[in-house]
Design a binder for this molecule. Sequence first.
Ligand SMILES: Nc1ncnc2c1ncn2[C@@H]1O[C@H](COP(=O)(O)OP(=O)(O)O)[C@@H](O)[C@H]1O
Length: 177
Amino acid sequence: MSRTRSLPNVLVTGTPGTGKSTLCSEISQISGLEWLNIGEIAKAGQLYDGYDEVLECPVIDEDQMVDELEDKMTDGGKIIDYHGCDFFPQRWFDVVFVLRTNNTILYDRLATRGYRGHKLESNIECEIFQTLLDEAKESYNSQIVYELQSNTPDDLEDNIEKISQWINQWKIQNSHQ
Ligand SMILES: Nc1ncnc2c1ncn2[C@@H]1O[C@H](COP(=O)(O)OP(=O)(O)O)[C@@H](O)[C@H]1O
């Protein structure tokens, strides 16, 4: 599938607060990949299907979201971040990065964001049980799934470097097709 694309599609997943949007914003500026922010797309199109009382957030209508993104993903050159990945078609992505953050650091980030009670606890549990890493490995070929630590500004720099290198390598490998 990737042979029809001139640029790869990259998925960045992980528990809320692990740094997905920060990383995607940087990568899209450096690499020219277009960052598709699922939260904003859902809001703009009102692509919702109910409300999650525990996580205190609207539930995205996954089928509508996939329909909305299909043409863009077929074109390639997209970077998506989301705290879930099992509803995206496997064929969309050339690589999946799962951000991981130490529990106490994540707790502070989410508390600063205003998360409290069940919402805060559920997200910390999600990270402790490596829910998003397991979901990524179950949903995609585990050979394209990479775990990245996202605790410090140095980690952020390392991750920007690693993903940029991966994109450049992909371009070289796919330039003659
Ligand atoms: N590697 C990192 N080191 C330190 N702070 C980070 C790092 N990545 C993100 N942050 C900070 O953590 C908070 C959550 O990041 P954000 O990108 O919004 O996470 P997500 O999109 O996964 O919810 C932000 O305040 C951001 O500046």
